[in-house]
Design a protein around this ligand. Structure first.
Ligand SMILES: C[S@@+](CC[C@H](N)C(=O)[O-])C[C@H]1O[C@@H](n2cnc3c(N)ncnc32)[C@H](O)[C@@H]1O
Length: 269
């Protein structure tokens, strides 16, 4: 097998950064033509963001050429954006297009799986058309980091391709086969599409700790998911509730307690 890297032993698909480096020049035009209801989709990505003149902090994972930023800046013109992307050429296009906002934009060339998202740093974290290359476990780990990185009450907004449950099952099977052959293809290193159905997306977000996760918009091939981190007072309350439930469960499983329960049961029985 001749790999995309020009050797005879690598996977026959392109590495992620090279894939987008090669297509950066024609990327925007390609998206305008191929994403059904292009403007509707990107408008719905920006929709959950509250209008403000404040310099709020937004992290964009897989920002590419910054298609979503045009829609986001309409709502929050003074936002400070940090964009993370693997492709130098895509980032260069972004800088060129949004040079008028240059002082508000920080670009980082890295994998969003390695980027230090931090703790309670961001008002919003967004990701558009970039997460459908991750396997479920990889995505869940990233969602947990995103949840941790948001300020209390902050929103995670993801726009991405979606498929039916059956299509998801098929592509996961194909992906598992591919990974068995090429273990190095983990962590979205290669351009392989494994989009999920909406139910899987919402389940992963809820497993990552988001108490509220919903589909904000759904088109034929793509959807926008919105997940909110609890506000601080709710977060503290839910932490206390979890500790209380944990203590209750420990008491119930405590052998000394169980002896007591059994004694009462046998006496009353
Ligand atoms: C289809 S483009 C989307 C770009 C932009 N968000 C948009 O909607 O037009 C996907 C982008 O995600 C980037 N990407 C994919 N996997 C990545 C990763 N693990 N870390 C950082 N960037 C990644 C690619 O380099 C590419 O620029």
């Amino acid at each position: 097998m001749r790999g995309a890297n020009g050797t005879n032993d690598g996977p026959d698909v392109e590495a992620m950064a090279e894939f987008f480096d090669r297509r950066a020049a024609s990327y925007d035009e390609h998206m305008r033509r191929s994403v059904a209801k292009f403007s509707d989709f990107y408008r719905h990505v920006a929709d959950p963001i509250e209008r403000t003149e404040e310099p709020i902090a937004i992290l964009d994972l897989g920002c590419g050429t910054g298609l979503e930023l045009a829609f986001i800046f309409e709502k929050v013109p003074n936002a400070r954006i940090t964009g993370v992307d693997l492709s130098q050429e895509m980032l260069a296009k972004l800088s060129e297009k949004h040079h008028d906002k240059g002082k508000q934009i920080t670009l980082v060339r890295a994998s969003f799986l390695d980027f230090e998202i931090g703790e309670e740093r961001w008002d919003y974290i967004v990701s558009v058309m970039a997460m459908h290359h991750l396997a479920p476990g990889e995505k869940l780990r990233l969602y947990r980091a995103i949840h941790k990185g948001l300020k209390p009450g902050g929103l995670y907004i993801e726009g991405d391709y979606v498929v039916t449950e059956e299509e998801e099952e098929e592509s996961l099977k194909r992906y598992a086969e591919f990974r068995r052959k090429y273990p190095e293809a983990a962590n979205g290193a290669y351009h392989i599409d494994i989009p999920f159905c909406s139910e899987t997306q919402l389940r992963l977000l809820s497993n990552a700790g988001f108490m509220r996760a919903e589909t904000g918009w759904e088109g034929e091939q793509a959807a926008v998911f919105v997940a909110q981190k609890l506000r601080r007072n709710y977060a503290e309350l839910s932490q206390k509730l979890l500790e209380f439930l944990d203590a209750q469960s420990r008491i119930l499983h405590d052998p000394a307690h169980r002896v007591g329960v059994n004694r009462v049961l046998s006496r009353d029985g």
